[in-house]
Design a protein around this ligand. Structure first.
Ligand SMILES: Nc1nc2c(ncn2[C@@H]2O[C@H](COP(=O)(O)OP(=O)(O)O)[C@@H](O)[C@H]2O)c(=O)[nH]1
Ligand SMILES: [Mg+2]
Ligand SMILES: [Zn+2]
Length: 303
């Protein structure tokens, strides 16, 4: 919902949308018709209520596979859950400790965002807990691949100015696991936000899904931020095995030199990627991350 005059309307959808949106082009069924970040046309019903008439085309959107429990159609099929649309920058928020830095998790988010063509920046929070300077090592690792990395401590207000500077005039989405400090970081940069801190989201105690909708706020003229509930797992949606390499920046320069154009860079003969790993041109860590994700795609046949 968005009106230029900054009034807030609670909108419902015209019924026809539900049918129209069921079949997306190359993808499976999606969970949501209108999503956070969408620009819409709506008719005013009252001062607070409206009906959405049109959803504008999305410049991009970030999604993942929805949890298996919800809305499964067939065995093995997974719905697409859109986190938000029309995003200028995705800040992937991690912490170096509590919870422990998890580069595999980060890589999965990177793949999801790269496949959507979204600009990515990496945040490593809680450096006040980093006794062994691991955050520096990871900063270097991800910088070398080509991502901007911010090492910060939200509670100690270290490194936040740099992040704040890069938000102007944009829609920025903050995404990452539960407890890494997304809400804290946003509250420290913009005290008026008052996002809840320390909330365990995504699953209730019984293990069922709770709402996973984020929240968009305008923090300055034309500057929007989206806080999201923490996530526990992320499987990028709709990525085929043969396409995965396109979302690994470090691997891309080599993929056209493979002997077979069907190469998925696993153990095919004449694979230029494997060769580059052996020659130290691609870090083994990066390659292992690639293989790790490749293996999880194997099980999802339906697109
Ligand atoms: N030590 C430390 N704790 C932090 C930092 N940033 C956030 N926290 C704590 O981490 C917990 C989770 O923060 P929260 O913002 O709710 O995380 P979210 O789930 O990603 O939104 C809270 O107890 C915060 O006080 C930090 O820089 N250092
Ligand atoms: Mg939060
Ligand atoms: Zn190859």
């Amino acid at each position: 919902m968005q009106s230029t005059s900054k009034e807030i309307f609670r909108c419902s959808l015209r019924g026809r949308f539900k049918k129209e949106f069921r079949h997306k082009k190359n993808k499976l069924l999606t969970l949501d018709v209108a999503v956070l970040g969408d620009w819409v046309e709506f008719t005013k019903v009252s001062d607070e209520i409206g009906v959405i008439e049109e959803i504008k085309n999305r410049n991009n959107y970030l999604s993942r596979k929805a949890g298996k429990a919800r809305g499964s159609l067939k065995r093995g099929s997974r719905l697409e859950q859109i986190i938000a649309s029309n995003i200028d920058t995705l800040f992937i928020v991690n912490s170096i400790k509590s919870p422990e830095f998890n580069n595999r998790f980060l890589d999965r988010i990177i793949v999801a965002a790269e496949s959507s063509g979204i600009d990515i920046k990496v945040i490593i929070n809680k450096i006040d807990l980093d006794k062994r300077d691991l955050s520096k090592m990871w900063e270097q690792f991800y910088s070398e691949i080509g991502y901007t990395v911010f090492n910060i401590s939200a509670t100690n207000n270290i490194g936040l100015k740099e992040i704040k500077k890069s938000l102007d005039g944009k829609v920025s989405l903050f995404w990452g696991r539960s407890g890494v400090g997304k809400s804290t970081l946003l509250n420290v940069m913009f005290p008026s936000l008052q996002f809840n801190v320390g909330e365990i989201s995504e699953y209730s105690d019984k293990g069922t899904h709770t709402t996973v909708t984020g929240e968009m706020r305008e923090v300055k003229e034309n500057t929007y931020i989206i806080d999201t509930p923490g996530i526990r797992e992320i499987d990028p949606f709709g990525i085929k095995k043969e396409d995965l390499c396109h979302y690994y920046k470090a691997v891309i320069p080599y993929i056209h030199d493979c002997k077979f154009n069907t190469c998925i860079h696993e153990h095919e003969p004449g694979c230029a990627v494997v060769d580059a790993v052996e020659r130290g041109k691609i870090s083994f860590e990066r390659y292992e991350s690639y293989l790790n994700l490749l293996n999880t795609i194997e099980d999802d046949m339906i697109y």
